[in-house]
Design a binder for this molecule. Sequence first.
Ligand code: PGA
Length: 279
Amino acid sequence: MNGKKPRGVLIAGNWKMNHTCAETEGFFSAIEELTRKTPLSPEAKSGLKSGALGALIFPPMLSLARAAQLAEKAPFTFEVGAQNVHWERKGAFTGEISGPMVAELGLRWALIGHSERRQYFGETDETVRKRCESLLAQGFQVVMCVGETRAEREGGKTEAVLARQIEGALPKKGEGAAAFLDGQLVIAYEPVWAIGTGLTATPQQAQEAHAYLRGLLRERFGSFAAEETPILYGGSVTPENIDSLLACQDVDGGLVGGASLKPDGFLALLSAGGRASKG
Ligand code: PGA
């Protein structure tokens, strides 16, 4: 292994319920200004150009359209996606948004199964599975989150929880293989105890969980799917700790909340992604 990331590196920002349209505009103009003053590193630039490095953000729904327009004019390829999308394409589902609504904005990325959706909004493995199946069928790139709580980790249940979440949410063995072959699925390992707490998993804890998840994908969908599927780490990732996480063999990027909100922080995460993608 020469250190180069075989699946590239994806830096994804989960903005959660942060950044109004005006603040989203501020974010993109600061990205423009900062990269004009201090250009991105050559590794990050060439990674973003070749696709070895990806930049992605999930703004809140009302800022999505504005972010989509601004991302088109960004100084580098910047993908934008929705934080949550219903499985039905339309209908009587007050407060929800559908895949066609997101696709109409020219967007192809969706985040599903985040632990905050599971904890606060009644999301279950079953509803994650419905979203996952429907969005893959609609051609979306799907980032699906899994992760154990502190009590589950302390009770030695981490692997059982991850297995249940993967088993419960992904298409049945054989059935969804096409989606994997098309590279439509990304898994995000986000230990609940690390989200927004400042308690990052150690690189060893992250690597163990990622290797376990990759093993589950291998059992279920075969080696090709397991080797092709990026697995991101999320939970208190910062520009200071991301290098050590990306150094882990099975960590293919970060799903970052707090540290992705500031333009300089996001650019610092991208620089780290550039270093890792170059190997
Ligand atoms: P955090 O959030 O980086 O603020 O811990 C990560 C996430 O919930 O995706």
